[in-house]
Design a protein around this ligand. Structure first.
Ligand code: FAD
Length: 407
């Protein structure tokens, strides 16, 4: 039997070191900063924590060692990211947060030697941040072939014009990976878009606003790109490869989100359990009630499924096997599991859960975006269904679409 759920000693050791660092250094700092309620204190404190993480060798865990990272593959990252998901800034402190993590993978995979030196190097070193600009207000983000931002070639340069929104991390980013249409008549339509690296001090790159969301302002920005001139060397991954690059990037990036959401869901289940054990009524506690026990058990079941699905999808990516169906299923399942567990946790807390005295309401407001980002629920469900139909048409069985090779 080749299946072995025993974690290699080096992964356990790394996870434990990160767990200790996050619980002893990061969490207390976050709590202190939240209590002090002084926005100006955050930046230097987070920077100090980043330096401590670097000094402790807990830096850019997803990047190869030759780039100064920890050289962890997707499987080991599942354990690291789940730890990061238990604190607000854990992933940022270790320099493996979205969207930089996905952009580092993209540059590593598609960048020319010059692009790697100019953009990947400072990104891995933590000297700058970046963003990824694909979604547009005027056209459905669920169908990137409809992108209207256009890049036109003039001599050796390209001029980009367009409108983007919900570009996470745009304020403070040194550069953006922008998806723009270069070949409007190309067939298939997926060959029409190209990725460009755009430096944000380019006069054609204008941040309109940090969009106010149900979770407040989270640096998800609206951008106008106006007569933005970039050289031919700004193309990332080749002309007409924008769609492929976006898809390659999104597979592992979606999974990285799932790993962090598992950490969030664990926290919510812990809060739920703590409250169920401490809230007294009818001569006992809430945890004595079967209606509450079901909330705990359903949450535990769903979280266990989420962990298994995430690890299996990470295994497929790590071993170069087809992963899109499993990543879609995992992304849908984990995002909805997080939502349901938070909802149950709030229910068990009663009015307290609905108040800002508990962390749950804030977690819930952030969790809502999980069902939209990196492919809305319905996009994944239709993709999953299509794969079920295709599998059945191929050999009269749905096995290939329900965790290929598992049972
Ligand atoms: C917090 C946050 C951060 C984000 N960060 C980034 C970022 O950094 N960079 C970036 O480029 N984008 C980012 N986005 C945008 C995100 O990727 C898009 O919101 C997402 O792709 C959906 O696109 P849309 O909002 O245009 O919705 P639309 O495509 O207009 O879809 C609207 C709704 O239609 C339904 N739908 C869509 N397709 C189907 C279908 N096939 N079948 C049935 N129903 C369907 C779904 O319910 C969907 O929610 C972010 C979004 C959020 C909320």
């Amino acid at each position: 039997m080749a299946i072995d759920f025993t974690l290699p000693a080096d992964v356990t050791e790394t996870r434990d070191r990160i767990r200790t660092f996050l619980s002893q250094e990061v969490k207390p700092t976050e709590e202190r900063l939240r209590a002090a309620n002084d926005l100006r204190a955050w930046r230097p404190a987070l920077q100090e924590l980043r330096e401590k993480a670097k000094a402790a060798g807990l830096w850019a865990p997803h990047m190869p060692r030759e780039w100064g990272g920890m050289g962890l593959g997707p499987l080991a990252m599942a354990f690291v990211s789940a730890e990061c998901g238990r604190s607000q800034f854990g992933a940022y402190i270790l320099n493996c947060h979205a969207p930089d993590e996905g952009n580092m993978h993209t540059l590593l995979h598609y960048g020319t030697p010059e692009q790697k030196q100019k953009y990947l190097r400072p990104l891995v070193d933590g000297e700058c941040r970046s963003c990824f600009a694909m979604t547009e207000p005027e056209v459905a983000g669920s169908d990137p072939t409809g992108i209207q931002t256009a890049a036109t070639k003039r001599g050796d340069d390209w001029t980009i014009n367009g409108h983007k929104w919900f570009i996470s991390g745009a304020h403070g980013a040194r550069f953006a990976i922008v998806i723009a249409k270069t070949d409007p008549d190309a067939q298939p339509p997926q060959a029409r878009n190209t990725a460009f690296v755009v430096e944000t001090d380019n006069p054609g790159w204008k941040i309109v606003r940090d969009i106010e969301t149900m979770a407040g302002r989270g640096n998800h920005c609206e951008i106008r790109i106006e007569n933005c001139v970039v050289p031919d060397s700004a193309i990332l991954g080749g002309r007409g490869q924008g769609h492929r690059l976006g898809q390659t990037r999104l597979g592992p990036a979606r999974l990285a989100h799932c790993m962090r959401w598992i950490g969030n869901a664990e926290l919510a289940l812990e809060e739920m359990t703590k409250r169920a054990l401490s809230r007294k009524l009818h001569g006992g506690v809430l945890a004595d009630k079967q209606g509450i026990q079901w909330k705990l058990s359903e949450s535990a079941l769903e979280l266990y499924q989420a962990k298994l699905m995430t690890i299996h999808a990470a295994y497929l990516i790590e071993n170069g096997m087809p992963f899109r169906q499993e990543v879609s299923m995992t992304k849908y399942h984990v995002a909805n599991t997080l939502w349901r567990i938070l909802d149950r946790a709030i229910q068990v807390h009663g009015a307290l859960g609905y108040s800002t005295d508990s962390p749950l309401e804030n977690m819930m407001r952030h969790a809502r975006s999980a069902r939209l980002v990196d492919g809305a629920d319905e996009v994944h469900l239709s993709q999953i269904a299509q794969n079920v139909i295709d599998a059945f048409r191929t050999d009269g069985s749905t096995r290939m679409a329900t965790g290929a090779g598992l049972l």
